[in-house]
Design a protein around this ligand. Structure first.
Ligand code: FES
Length: 559
């Protein structure tokens, strides 16, 4: 974690350096004098004691930490953008070293005044290819930095609002910088027509000093290449030794088995097997999107470290949830990735703890349009869709205004959950309020569609409460929060029973008791529900709007 933080801090210092260097280049748009004056300001800081103390440790530290993390990665398989950024980062030192040696190095060693005229002018007048290489280097450094800053900031809640502005700035700066640099280059080429200017600018002494420094820079580049090779060689050696230590097996749903060397992170295991796995922070243990629920093997896992615990606490994860990027199991394990691979950071943090799968007591409401098949017969498909959308909008509003969660629309049916945030009593009250709201909304809808319908729409509503499993389930676009369990089946059954009882609402006594309302004025029945061993007491109401005064008096009794 410390390594990651240091890498970020070092990266930010380098990013500011590249940004200010580009600003300096952009002054070339004004004049060569402005460019040189800008250089003096730029160097006053970056060659001063503070700038030097920040810049060079940041440069060495950032590069070495990247190589260290490259060594530590179990697998090199990574998202394409991450790979692209890594390649950019590894290309930089080779391109940058000659420039550093020929400017700062020569300045320190020989006292060479590395003016823009000497360095940039030299590129345009004597080595035009190096003007393009250095421009490319600046772009590479900027893109690499922008990607890193973007990934870092994407975890901040304010970032989405600022992103368009920062993105515009990220494009504007290199554009102005490149234009300024090449504009200055054209000026130098014009000045180079004067032999006196050439002789005064590119003195043999300066040429010699820069040539010596450039030859030394080849050694530094070779050291860098050797360090990269050592990182890859170290990986190979470590993997070889790990393979001798043995392997573990990770089971993914529904029945995928992945075998990896002991100590591989779960995220790396997913990547190595090509299993899509959300990892917005790139495995840095910051975003929580890689979290997995652990099945078998949980007891034999070591406790999460402090940083992992902190992230898990932020998303209120239960004890059987871990961060895949931080978990390096040494035993066989069953893992269930919890978020879809394409989840966003905001979504990830907004997801409540129950979305990860929990057993809780809730109220479930089912509603269905009566005789919908006859209603839709002899109608144009467009009319049916229009009518259904009107109906869903009215019912959805009625449910949500009562505090319910719309689970799904199934054909002309609706399923809604109440009390999923952990208060079953409130959930039962909300479900009854929703039923009353729905009946009122249906009445208004029937008035609106009066001329379009042969007869008014009628609905049946069933409400029951009980222990169910609530969690996000599904696959890709059909992914969402839902509930499964006996209580769900029972609520659905009660909705069907509205036909038998010729009523609009069938609600179980359990719901009435939990909601604290007295429904004894309505007919009570005792029924046998398929799949339940005991009988179930229910109330059948002709019109769910009759609940309104009862709910109101119960509410005023509570207050
Ligand atoms: S990938 Fe971000 S916390 Fe694991």
């Amino acid at each position: 974690v410390l390594a990651r933080r240091l890498r970020l801090i070092f990266g930010l210092i380098l990013f500011v350096y590249v940004g200010t260097h580009q600003l300096n280049h952009a002054l070339g748009l004004i004049s060569l004098e402005a460019l040189e004056t800008g250089r003096l300001v730029f160097l006053a800081f970056w060659r001063g004691p503070i700038g030097t103390l920040l810049l060079y440790p940041a440069l060495l530290g950032h590069v070495n930490l990247v190589l260290w993390q490259l060594y530590r990665r179990r697998f090199l398989r990574m998202p394409r953008l991450e790979l692209f950024r890594l390649v950019l980062g590894l290309a930089m030192p080779v391109l940058l070293t000659p420039h550093i040696f020929a400017t700062r190095g020569a300045n320190e060693l020989y006292g060479l005044d590395d003016t823009y005229a000497l360095v940039a002018g030299g590129m345009f007048v004597q080595h035009l290819d190096s003007a393009f290489v250095q421009s490319l280097l600046m772009l590479i450094a900027w893109i690499h930095g922008c990607m890193g800053v973007h990934w870092w900031l994407s975890l901040k809640p304010w970032y989405p609002r600022w992103r368009p502005w920062l993105g515009a700035l990220a494009l504007l700066l290199p554009t102005l910088s490149l234009i300024g640099f090449f504009h200055a280059g054209r000026e130098y080429l014009r000045l180079a027509r004067d032999p006196a200017w050439v002789a005064a600018t590119f003195t043999p002494e300066a040429e010699h000093q820069m040539a010596v420094m450039l030859s030394w820079s080849a050694i530094a580049s070779a050291v860098f290449v050797a360090t990269v090779a050592a990182a890859f060689g170290g990986r190979w050696l470590r993997d070889y030794l790990n393979r001798r230590r043995g392997t573990i097996r990770l089971r993914y749903p529904p029945s995928r088995m992945v075998t990896v060397p002991v100590g591989t992170s779960v995220l790396d295991a997913s990547r190595s097997a090509g299993i899509p796995h959300a990892s917005l922070c790139g495995g840095r243990g910051r975003c929580s999107t890689c979290r997995v629920r652990i099945g078998q093997g949980l007891r034999r896992l070591a406790q999460p470290l402090v940083d992992e615990q902190r992230v898990l606490r932020r998303v209120a994860a239960p004890p059987n949830v871990r961060l895949a990027c931080q978990l390096h199991p040494t035993v066989d394990l069953e893992v269930f990735p919890l978020l879809p691979a394409a989840v966003s950071v905001t979504e990830s943090f907004l997801r409540p703890s129950y979305s990860q799968g929990t057993e809780s007591e809730i109220a479930i409401l089912f509603a269905d349009i009566r005789s919908f098949t006859q209603l839709s017969e002899h109608r144009l498909p467009y009319d049916v869709v229009f009518m259904l959308n009107q109906y869903f909008a009215s019912m959805g509003e009625a449910i949500q205004s009562a505090g319910g969660h719309l689970d799904k629309f199934i054909g002309d049916g609706i399923m809604a959950l109440f009390g999923i945030d952990g208060d079953p009593r409130a959930g039962c009250r909300q479900a009854l309020v929703a039923a009353a709201n729905m009946a009122s909304a249906l009445e208004s809808l029937n008035r609106t569609l009066e001329h379009d319908l042969a007869e008014p729409l009628r609905i049946g509503i069933g409400i029951h409460a009980g222990h169910v499993i609530v969690g996000e389930m599904g696959y890709r676009p059909a992914w969402g929060l839902t509930a499964i369990g006996d209580a769900v089946n029972t609520a659905s059954r009660l909705e069907s029973m509205t036909k038998e009882f010729h009523s609009q609402l069938v609600v179980s006594d359990d719901v009435a008791v939990q909601a604290g309302v007295d429904l004894s004025r309505f007919p009570m029945h005792t029924i046998q529900v398929r799949g339940r061993s005991s009988l179930l007491a229910i109330y059948a109401l002709d019109d769910a709007r009759h609940l309104s005064p009862i709910l109101e008096s119960a509410a005023s009794a509570r207050t």
